[in-house]
Write a protein that binds this ligand. Structure first.
Ligand code: OAD
Length: 232
């Protein structure tokens, strides 16, 4: 089976009702990123950080995967699919995708501030000041904040190197090191880009599907099917 690697971002979850970060009306228009998503914010303004992530978590329990997530999960019938996502939601998993690597953490998990190896599934949506790990340290959201290392990037590099087909979907490719992962795929593989906006300059090996995730994944499946038939 060919290896199909997906690099996804906030746009894949937009049609589920989760706001992106940098579009018009995106989260970073309402919030200053350094005030809610940085170690400094955690030190200086913990209530706001907890509130921000509690709101996101609460909403995650109210939304469902969309046809984009579902379509990617269905591709596992024909391809060895691995998803590298910048998203902290669990919509890829809930749609049925079996291999999902979260580069920026997971909203439904929390971890110890004193021992980062202690990671827990949070019961319910609310994390509070005073919620502690088994060693007595305060728990924090299991999210990679700005200025923090992205440990999962080490696992993402070999996955990118193994790609026979790359699909980029719903990411503005603004944030590093995630955006830098593109340099690790072989230059001759087909790259499909699904995004209603232009995120990279058009080039010969990029097949751009300028549309939303639901429609885009449907179109992708059609193109992949045609390609597979031509190759047989
Ligand atoms: P962005 O908000 O930067 O980009 C979202 C992308 O989705 C844009 O290119 C949009 O054009 C596209 N988009 C919008 N609606 C769409 C739809 N219906 N279908 C498909 N695409 C659509 O989000 P990311 O690139 O994921 O990090 O942002 C990367 C990181 O920046 C996030 O993980 C987050 C943020 O700050 C942290 O919080 C650590």
């Amino acid at each position: 089976m060919k290896k199909l690697i997906v690099l996804s971002g906030a746009g894949i979850s937009a049609e589920s009702g989760i706001r992106t970060f940098r579009d018009m009306g995106g989260l970073w228009e309402e919030y200053d990123v350094t005030e809610v998503a940085s170690p400094m914010a955690w030190e200086n303004n913990r209530d706001l950080v907890l509130k921000f992530y509690n709101e996101r978590r609460k909403q995650l329990y109210e939304v469902e995967p969309n046809c984009g997530h579902m379509g990617l999960a269905e591709l596992e019938n024909d391809y060895d699919v691995e998803i590298i996502t910048q998203n902290v939601d669990d919509l890829h998993e809930r749609a049925g995708s079996s291999k999902v690597l979260h580069l920026h953490g997971e909203l439904k998990k929390v971890r110890s501030t004193g021992d980062p190896s202690l990671i827990y599934e949070l019961k319910g949506w609310e994390l509070k000041e005073g919620d502690k790990c088994e060693k007595g340290y305060q728990l924090r959201p299991h999210i990679v904040w700005f200025g923090e290392a992205v440990p999962a990037i080490e696992d993402a590099i070999p996955i990118m190197q193994s790609a026979d087909i790359l699909v980029i979907i719903g990411t503005s490719l603004n944030v590093y090191p995630a955006a830098g992962l593109l340099q690790y795929t072989s230059r001759d593989i087909p790259v499909y880009l699904i995004d209603p906006n232009e995120v990279v300059p058009p080039s010969s090996n990029i097949i751009s599907l300028k549309m939303g995730a639901g429609k885009g994944v449907k179109e992708l499946k059609k193109l992949l099917m045609e390609k597979m038939n031509n190759e047989q």
